[in-house]
Design a protein around this ligand. Structure first.
Ligand SMILES: [Zn+2]
Length: 66
């Protein structure tokens, strides 16, 4: 049996703040570029938190629990 193409998952990225999967085509929290890397967010709150302290979230020092 072949797997229909329609069941394929779209492209997602991981929200660096809360760890959720975010649709890169339609990120509900928008995007933010940090040191040449594009990040995607599940919501504006995560985006703002990341902009304030990107290093804290990238290093794993901080993480928002959903
Ligand atoms: Zn998030």
């Amino acid at each position: 049996m072949r797997i229909p193409l329609l069941s394929r998952k779209g492209q997602t990225a991981t929200d660096p703040v809360c760890g959720m999967d975010v649709d890169t085509k339609n990120p509900s929290g928008g995007t933010w570029e940090h040191e040449g890397v594009q990040y995607y967010f599940c919501g504006p709150g995560c985006n703002r938190a990341f902009q304030k302290e990107p290093e804290a979230y990238l290093s794993g020092e901080k993480r928002m629990e959903m």
